[in-house]
Ligand binder design. Sequence first.
Ligand code: EPU
Length: 341
Amino acid sequence: MPNDIVTNAPLEALSTFRLPARAAELARLEDVAGLPDLLDTELPVLLLGGGSNTLFVDDFPGRIVVNRLRGIDSEVLDRDRVLVTAAAGENWHELVRWTLDRGLWGLENLAMIPGLVGAAPMQNIGAYGVELAHCLESVEVFDRRTGRSERLAASECGLDYRDSRFKSADRDRFVILGIRLELMMHGTPVLEYPSLLEELERHGHASPEDPRTVAAAVMRVRKKKLPDPGLIANAGSFFKNPVVKNPVAQDLVERNPDLPSWPDKPGCTKLSAGWLIDQLGWRGKSFGGAQVFDRHALVLINRGDATGQDVLRLAREIKASVHERFGVELEPEPLLVGGSV
Ligand code: EPU
């Protein structure tokens, strides 16, 4: 067994939802050269970044490897484009700040998303009208099948709404080592998200010329709506916004004219899960220590003493009530380790 593996390790501090669970083994990946040894075990292996999108609803009977690979670099491609390379263990928001400090456009709408860089391609992080897919050039991975590192072009990563081949079809096959982004020196702001545009207009910045202005507005909107994981344990949105066939959406919107909806893939519409849950009066409701955040119905929080069972029970009740009232199936957004909804 490689050195520095802790057995029966507590996981509470490794996930922003802070549930009490333990892993049979816990190790840190500080250097890529140590990866093959860390993967060489009969136990199931789970790679973990900042734990902002993973809930340990039960103990994990395997080895957790926490990604701590560091490094950010850039290369100017031409008069407009800059290639930024970041290791998977870098903090996402620190990377956003690094690019903003250099006046680069591309990540400004994705400011303040908790977690590490490696989680970004895993679920194609997105906020305020932008997804990672907009500027991802490639992902460096270690392929457990071949035992080799390689670079996958963004088009090979199966990126979709909060999804990728790393999260679904090829789950557990690749270890994400780093990403490459193509950012712009002269960009155009993406301001289609109503709450972001309103916030910029309120500050007299309807046509921002600096990505830092956009990022500052994004941060103000996030602070108003979402709990700070440093203060209140949570994992962001607990459910994905459901994508349904257009006739289903039309019928729902006719009966519920306030239901926010957005065009999605051809023939499909995305519905606001937060609105659906909110309509059923879930804000502030709790089971044990798990609660629906009182300012945003899509966010579940841990009041401090939640167990995995509390979270599963609350999430199952929400899901069942939305299905019963609206006929819509909600799917969890974070990875639930040791249980399902
Ligand atoms: N809404 C309600 N009641 C609520 C919450 C929301 O009616 O309690 C309505 C709002 O009024 C708004 C709509 O729902 O019209 C959408 O709300 P919001 O702008 O907060 O966005 P969201 O769809 O709930 C998604 C992402 C967030 C991301 C925001 C902004 C998902 C699952 N979530 O939330 O991402 O920050 O858009 O782009 O797609 C995350 O993934 O963890 C996350 C926080």
